[in-house]
Design a protein around this ligand. Structure first.
Ligand code: HEM
Length: 388
């Protein structure tokens, strides 16, 4: 008799490659109850999109299900329409006003300088030596703030990232709360002192015009979410992209073509993206693929499963750089979709172009190590070398 598959995101085999077990879940029980996460997990692309679209029946804002949400957690990410709308449009408009070409040029010169230093080494860690400094530079440049020290910022960011798995590991809650406080203090100091042009000053000027007490709090909290969320997803995305390209050197070569580079960085996020899922709470009883979800229950949208659903993506396990259509969920969908997609694509393009420009190819230099986290798919260690 065949045993029923089970999904444990922290199982070592699943951390190494989550897609086979997610495919097995989709085939056997596409909507399943996950006891550890106390959630209904969705594995079909169509079900995930339907829930993300329907913010009336599936809330992000936990207050709509009676929960108390502490003020520091109220941001674009945790509010729902209509309260979310002014904050989201303030940040979206500010982002559109930024010089992404300039950010891409600066990212490329940073990478060229780093690569030539790293070229001497028999081994280095892509995560610490490329992904973290690139992400911190791009996000600081975008927001228009002084770069925090990479090491101390990485520690704060990691504590917040780990606390996203609080449902599976309650021990991560308190370090996450302390880290959020530290980051809030940093953001406060930017709002008081930073006069570097960028998204932050743009938002500050516009927020003053429309200022009321709540909006002010939401704006500051959103600035914190953007910096930390943008940094941690970008680090993870860079690591995952490099890892994929180390396995697929021909794909890297094909990205010398600029059209292929443009679509390819998106396919890399579908293929092995950093954000594995998100959650919503049912505000009324709802049926999803024949399963009844009660009001107040949590629904887990598994982006990683949706992005490998063969009903939406033919040959989902192949990296097809010019895949079309490619409406993947790596950047989410709907009213909470990623605000930072364009700068993230900018950073990934700069990374790939810089790898192609370097005189020697990057090669794996040892076994990589995945971090034991469920929400974010990220490497702790990714050894590589430019030496022949
Ligand atoms: C490759 C890198 C990135 C990936 C894969 C990514 C992915 C995502 C995903 C999946 C969501 C939706 C989560 C949900 O529905 O609950 C999201 C939301 C968000 N992202 Fe990104 N992101 C990336 C980079 C960035 C960057 C660079 C920034 C900031 C500059 C950023 C800012 C945000 C914000 C503020 C939200 C919340 C939007 C809202 O709830 O309205 N992201 N991101």
């Amino acid at each position: 008799m065949l045993s029923t598959p089970t999904y444990d995101p922290l199982d070592p085999a699943t951390l190494a490659n989550p897609y086979p077990v997610l495919a097995a879940m989709r085939a056997s029980t596409p909507v399943f109850w996950h006891e550890g996460m106390q959630s209904w997990a969705l594995t079909r692309y169509a079900d995930c999109v339907a829930v993300l679209r329907d913010h009336e029946r599936f809330a992000r804002d936990r207050r709509r299900a009676g929960a108390v949400v502490p003020e520091p957690s109220l941001s674009v990410q945790s509010l729902d329409p209509p309260e979310q709308a002014p904050v989201r449009s303030l940040f979206m408009n500010a982002l559109r006003a930024q010089d992404l070409d300039g950010i891409e040029r600066r990212a490329r010169s940073l990478l060229a300088a780093r690569f030539s230093r790293l070229a001497e080494l028999t081994e280095f860690d892509v995560m610490a030596d490329i992904a973290a400094p690139l992400a911190v530079a791009v996000i600081s440049d975008l927001l228009g703030v002084e770069e925090p020290g990479v090491d101390s910022f990485a520690a704060v960011s990691d504590a917040i990232m780990r606390s996203m798995d609080a449902g599976l590991d309650p021990a991560t809650v308190e370090p996450g709360r302390v880290a959020r406080q530290e980051l809030s203090a940093l953001v406060e100091s930017w709002f008081r002192t930073s006069d570097r042009p960028g998204l932050q000053s743009h938002v500050r000027e516009r927020a003053d015009i429309v200022s009321d007490g709540d909006l002010d709090v939401f704006v500051r909290n959103t600035a914190r979410v953007m910096f930390q969320g943008g940094y941690s997803t970008m680090v993870a995305a860079v690591g995952n992209a490099v890892h994929t390209l180390l396995q697929e050197p021909i794909a890297l070569e094909r990205m010398r073509d600029s059209a292929m580079l443009g679509t390819g960085v998106d396919e890399l996020v579908r293929f092995d993206g950093p954000v594995q899922g998100t959650s919503r709470i049912a505000t009324v009883p709802a049926e999803i693929s024949g399963v009844t979800v009660n009001a107040g229950e949590t629904v887990l949208i598994l982006f990683a499963a949706a992005n490998h659903d063969p009903a939406q993506f033919p040959e989902p396990e192949r990296l097809l750089l010019d895949r079309s259509p490619n409406r993947h969920l790596g950047y989410g969908w709907g009213t909470h979709s990623c605000i930072g997609t364009a700068p993230a694509q900018t950073a990934l393009r700069a990374l790939v172009a810089s790898l192609l420009e370097h005189p020697t190819p990057l090669r794996a230099a040892g076994p990589p190590r995945r971090r034991r986290t469920a929400t974010m798919r990220v490497f702790d260690l990714l050894p590589a070398t430019f030496r022949r």
